[in-house]
Design a protein around this ligand. Structure first.
Ligand code: GLC
Length: 625
């Protein structure tokens, strides 16, 4: 494979002249980057010699199939590459069926998302799945089709067009680490097809698996311990990082690379504008390591970034790598080898929850100083407080040092309501004695709103709403594309009945959207109304602040008052903003404001700031000068 070879123009022969010219323009320097990555990954394999040509043919097919509206959108995105870094971006993540039954139902509900201010909608996996338990749709039986229960490919395309018409970008899951056991590839492998057996990592006995397992760490230690599953039909062990019915793909096989590239191109051509790279950290395995974040993972993603950029430069890649922040940063790539455009900032998310439970801002501050914004141009964090998964505590272990396990176990116990004074109604997830793995629960339950309503305690209720305001005020004030989780905008609580029906505790926070009482959001006397108007205020102020563009630096300002996080955003043009958030249940007085903000006004309330921060209060200050 020659990384310096030109793009094989012969692959483009059937394309109309204008598209051919555009592809060749975009291919420089992307093609060189892609072939360089592919040759490092696969150069030693005899079956990969013509990989570049085969890939070029696939790109050409995808270009010819790309609809005109998407082709024009790509051109627009090339003109405004910071489109997703602007402060008017707001994400929302949901399961299709939990929100609106199916794709058509969802298409009918878009007014609600528009009213909230959503500009990016991430839909959790909507593909055909393993029958029975499917790990919430992440055991995919066909990556290029819609689950019949949710609709058809035509419905998905129609939804993407309806979203685009409203200025909302569609995000789709790209589950690239594994397939369901029920996937035709895994089925063919079990019927003896050697080509498809080589799509997976299988072992005739336990000797290699045992060696790997000495350094691998568990994802589901309680419900799916171990990384290997014996398969009767194959008479071999299969690598299954997650549940036994999720078979890890063998990315050392160039045919897997090609097949998954086809999937990415399909997702782009049905209208996906953001591809969420599920479990990206696990793609490449290496003996003697924890099997995450191997250098080859980054090469695969850099190759995908470059190749997708030739066909669909408007499409973003979003890494889901739930590992320590310093291990996530490389997912953005480097200036001359771009990787993902977005990456989930799970360390920020977990640090915010840690800070709320302990009142200690150190972790939040350190995370902001060390990682925000990312240093690669035109990239940013996907920031969030809750999602369909648990709050994973383990990425904080490296941050907390020697006492990490004990401190995280305390915080997990706090959110499970097992500590005196705890306001939370969450539950621990996959945790064993002394080892805090994760915490489940909806935001409203974790901040104490559900409990306050149950015990009908108005002060507790006000405090819970203040915590929601504080967490979102920080999130929306930091660099990143903030993604809300379905229901959090109206303070929707846990669904213990669903959790009891399912084997996986994460269903505690996958409730059905309560359309029957969503109208209460417009009544300020209701909890729904209080949470909704709180978030709407933050969202509309964020849109209007040039200081909150993702590329504007976020500087942590040391403050004398304990438990107060202070972040300064100073744009090149426009007024700077000082964000002060009180993580504690006690009031604080600020008397060391930076000179520039000595007389300032809180833009959220419109009131001049007098230095007083009630419990959990947050202000966004602009200087009066
Ligand atoms: C990701 C998903 C999670 C799923 C796992 C395996 O982490 O967010 O829900 O269980 O991947 O696909």
């Amino acid at each position: 494979m020659n990384p310096d070879g030109p793009f094989p123009v012969e692959a483009l022969a059937a394309l109309p002249e204008d598209r051919r010219t555009t592809v060749l323009r975009r291919a420089d320097p992307r093609w060189r980057r892609a072939v360089s990555a592919m040759s490092t990954l696969y150069g030693a394999r005899a079956d990969a010699e013509d990989l570049p040509l085969r890939v070029a043919m696939r790109l050409a097919d995808a270009v010819s199939e790309r609809r005109d509206d998407l082709w024009h959108l790509d051109a627009e995105r090339e003109r405004t590459p910071d489109w997703f870094l602007k402060p008017d971006m707001l994400g929302y993540s949901t399961y299709v069926d939990r929100f609106a039954d199916d794709l058509r139902g969802l298409t009918d509900r878009l007014d609600y998302l528009t009213e909230l201010g959503v500009t990016y909608l991430h839909l959790l996996p909507l593909y055909p799945t393993q029958p029975g338990d499917s790990d919430g749709g992440f055991a995919v039986a066909n990556h290029r089709a819609v689950h019949p229960r949710l609709g058809s490919e035509a419905d998905l395309v129609a939804l993407s067009k309806a979203l685009r018409a409203r200025g909302i970008s569609l995000g789709l899951d790209f589950v690239l680490n594994h397939t369901a056991e029920a996937h035709p590839w895994a089925q063919a492998a079990q019927q003896g097809n050697q080509r498809f057996r080589s799509f997976y990592l299988t072992f005739e006995d336990r000797s290699l698996p045992d060696q790997y397992e000495t350094t691998l760490t568990e994802v589901f230690p309680s419900t799916a311990p171990g990384h290997f599953t014996w398969n009767e039909a194959l008479q071999r062990y299969v690598w299954t990082t997650f549940y036994p019915f999720q078979w890890d793909l063998d990315w050392t096989n160039p045919q897997v690379f090609e097949a998954m590239l086809d999937t990415a191109l399909w997702l782009a051509n049905v209208g996906g504008e953001v591809l969420r790279l599920d479990s990206a950290a696990f793609l490449w395995k290496r003996l003697g390591t924890d099997g995450r974040n191997q250098p080859e993972v980054h090469l695969v993603l850099q190759a995908f970034r470059a190749l997708l950029g030739i066909v669909a430069p408007g499409v973003l890649l979003k890494a889901e790598a739930i590992v320590a922040a310093r291990e996530v940063v490389p997912y953005f790539g480097r200036q001359h080898a771009p990787g993902c455009d977005l990456a989930y900032h799970n360390t920020l998310m977990a640090s915010l929850w840690y800070g709320l439970a302990t009142g200690d801002p150190t972790l939040v501050e350190r995370t902001i100083s060390q990682t925000m914004p990312p240093s690669v141009p035109s990239t940013t964090w996907a920031t969030y407080l809750r999602c369909h998964d648990d709050i994973g505590w383990w990425p904080l272990i490296v941050e907390l040092g020697a006492e990490a396990d004990a401190r995280l176990a305390e915080v997990a116990a706090f959110y499970a309501g097992e500590r005196p004074g705890s306001f939370a109604w969450g539950r621990s997830f996959q945790s064993q004695e002394g080892d805090a793995h994760g915490t489940n629960g909806m935001l409203a339950s974790l901040v104490g709103l559900q409990r306050a309503l149950e015990i009908t305690h108005p002060t507790e209720r006000a405090l819970a709403v203040a915590r929601i305001r504080l967490l979102h005020g920080l999130l929306l004030g930091l660099p990143g594309l903030p993604v809300l989780y379905m229901g959090d905008e109206i303070g929707l609580g846990n669904d213990p009945a669903e959790a009891a029906r399912q084997a996986d505790g994460r269903w505690l926070h996958r409730p059905r959207f309560p359309w029957s009482h969503v109208h209460r959001r417009l009544d300020p006397a209701t909890p729904e109304g209080q949470v909704w108007s709180t978030l709407r205020t933050l969202i509309s102020h964020r849109r209007a602040q040039p200081a909150l563009h993702s590329e504007v630096a976020a500087a942590v300002v040391p403050m004398a008052a304990p438990s107060v996080v202070a972040i300064r955003r100073s744009p090149n043009a426009g007024a700077p903003l000082l964000i002060l958030g009180n993580l504690s249940s006690e009031e604080r007085t600020i008397d060391d404001l930076p000179d520039r903000f000595a007389t300032s006004t809180d833009v959220l309330s419109g009131v001049p700031f007098d230095g007083w921060l009630p419990p959990y209060h947050i202000v966004w200050l602009t200087s009066d000068d």
